[in-house]
Design a protein around this ligand. Structure first.
Ligand code: MN
Length: 257
């Protein structure tokens, strides 16, 4: 009876139902962050939902940061609009950020999630991967160091504007990512970072298992998988050339902020 009465009210009422209410944004919504797709339809873009980053995921980098041994993986995030997308064959321009005197490069394999989920097992993880890209987890190392010392969040050291330069995302089927895959970063033509994906402490499927245990993964999520040893400071005028064999390249020039 109560249900009939409710139906009557809804049917007879000329006022719009909540779902039909015209909606308007009170400020202009920002354009969604997006990264070009390599080897796809012209203009194809991968929309960015969240950016997860793995800390200390190569043994030699963990050592250079003052840690040893295999610890459980840990994560931090960057805002989606921290991406600085660089199209195939182009040179991106990253503005030297404010507040720092110690901007570091960290070259990383980026995993792009195409299928979301929670509590994904490592055995099931690869079917959630849409593609891969070369990325740079740019870091205001002095601010990150101060945050560590004070027990404060890392946001200011890691999650600033343009802190995630990234090359085009290549569909997984077109990539060859294996243990011997080289990951390399040159600065002004000199080799700074060089390793292989097999040296990841936590593998891609294991990372997906851990991230999806803590957050619901969604299509559009990016995971920066960690950097090998050789991180160092860059200054305005430097050109960073990153490469992951079978995935792609990324070139970025640091320009005056
Ligand atoms: Mn990193």
């Amino acid at each position: 009876m109560a249900f009939d009465r409710l139906r009557g009210i809804i049917d007879d009422d000329s006022r719009p139902l909540p779902g039909d209410l015209p909606m308007s944004f009170v400020v202009t919504p920002p354009a969604p962050a997006a990264v070009p797709v390599a080897g796809g339809a012209p203009g194809a873009q991968f929309p960015v939902h969240r950016i997860y980053c793995v800390g200390r995921n190569y043994v030699e980098h963990a050592k250079e940061m003052g840690f040893t041994g295999r610890e459980p993986p840990f994560f931090f995030m960057k805002p989606a609009d921290a991406v600085l997308p660089v199209a195939e064959g182009m040179v991106g321009r990253m503005h030297y950020p404010s507040l720092t005197k110690d901007l570091h490069h960290e070259v990383e394999l980026v995993v792009a999630i195409g299928q979301g989920g929670r509590n994904i097992t490592a055995a099931d993880a690869m079917k959630h991967v849409w593609g891969y890209a070369v990325g740079l987890d740019m870091t205001r190392r002095d601010l990150q160091g101060e945050a560590k010392k004070q027990g404060r969040p890392w946001c200011i050291g890691k999650g600033f504007d343009e802190s995630a330069p990234i090359g085009p995302i290549r569909p997984a089927a077109q990539c060859q990512v294996g243990p011997d895959t080289a990951i390399v970063l040159d600065v002004n033509g000199a080799k700074c970072q060089a390793s292989t994906i097999g040296k990841l402490i936590w593998s891609i499927p294991e990372i997906i298992e851990h991230v999806s245990a803590a957050w619901t993964l969604a299509p559009g999520d990016l995971i920066f998988t960690g950097t090998p040893e050789g991180v160092a400071a860059v200054v305005a005028g430097d050109t960073l050339s990153a490469r992951i064999d079978g995935v792609g390249t990324l070139q970025v020039q640091v320009v005056q902020g």
